[in-house]
Design a protein around this ligand. Structure first.
Ligand SMILES: Nc1nc2c(ncn2[C@@H]2O[C@H](COP(=O)(O)OP(=O)(O)OP(=O)(O)O)[C@@H](O)[C@H]2O)c(=O)[nH]1
Ligand SMILES: [Mg+2]
Length: 210
């Protein structure tokens, strides 16, 4: 299993011209505001305040690069779906994220986070469509799993598996669905194993937008 020995914030990117010069493999973290992205990053790195987590949604505005073990990047994408964000900013977000995904090869795996108590939002579904289109392997991570009783969590997992059956099979890009909780650490080992597994895959090819 992957062991994280060092994790440092490297830089925030608001424009793709600012991407780190040193191109290393990337693991992406994607999800709507407040879904628990920063908390998950901190938990899997075993750090308290690597990524700022807060109860105020919409804090993360840039693509944040963290360098892990001096070998690869964890990339925290800006949260979406925050109601108070002006329309112009929303359009900017879309372009930034789509251009980011288009780059192809460095992305090894994406974690698409969804609150385990909720259905995917239209923006979550759009994100998943992009990941499928750009052929990015991804995991659906159901966050805040501690907030559901075990029986409900099991049901929710089954519902997600049914709903995203075609993405999970037949050449779809979804590599699995993993419940996660920062409270009991559920899912941490699984994610570390999956990350390690995906580093061994060959790079993706670049694809043009339609
Ligand atoms: N109970 C519980 N609370 C969680 C969990 N993960 C995150 N939270 C809480 O959810 C809130 C939002 O978490 P963040 O990690 O800041 O969410 P984010 O997705 O980074 O949000 P933005 O950066 O604003 O987009 C915080 O109050 C966290 O403490 C979890 O697994 N269980
Ligand atoms: Mg955050």
């Amino acid at each position: 299993m992957l062991k994280i020995t060092s994790a440092e914030f490297l830089q925030g990117v608001a424009d793709l011209r600012q991407l780190p010069k040193n191109e290393l493999k990337e693991i992406l973290f994607i999800g709507r505001s407040n879904v628990g992205k920063s908390s998950l990053l901190n938990k899997i790195c075993g750090r308290k305040n690597l990524a700022r987590s807060s109860s105020t949604p919409g804090k993360t505005r840039e693509i944040n690069y963290y360098i892990i073990n001096n070998q690869f990047y964890f990339v925290d994408l800006p949260g979406y779906g925050y109601a108070k964000v002006p329309e112009q900013m929303r359009a900017g977000w879309k372009k930034l994220i789509e251009d980011f995904l288009k780059r192809g090869s460095p992305i090894s795996l994406a974690m698409q986070l969804i609150d385990s108590r909720q259905e995917p939002t239209p923006l979550d579904l759009m994100m998943m469509d992009w990941l499928e289109y750009y052929e990015v392997p991804y995991l659906l991570v159901l966050t805040k799993a501690d907030k559901l009783p075990t029986s409900k969590l099991t049901k929710q997992l089954e519902a997600y598996k049914d709903r995203f059956h075609s993405q999970l099979t037949n050449g779809g890009c979804c590599a699995g669905i993993v419940p996660f909780s920062i409270v009991d650490g559920d899912g941490r080992t699984e994610l570390l194993k999956r990350i390690e597994g995906h580093f061994e895959h060959s790079p993706r090819r670049k694809k043009e937008a339609v």
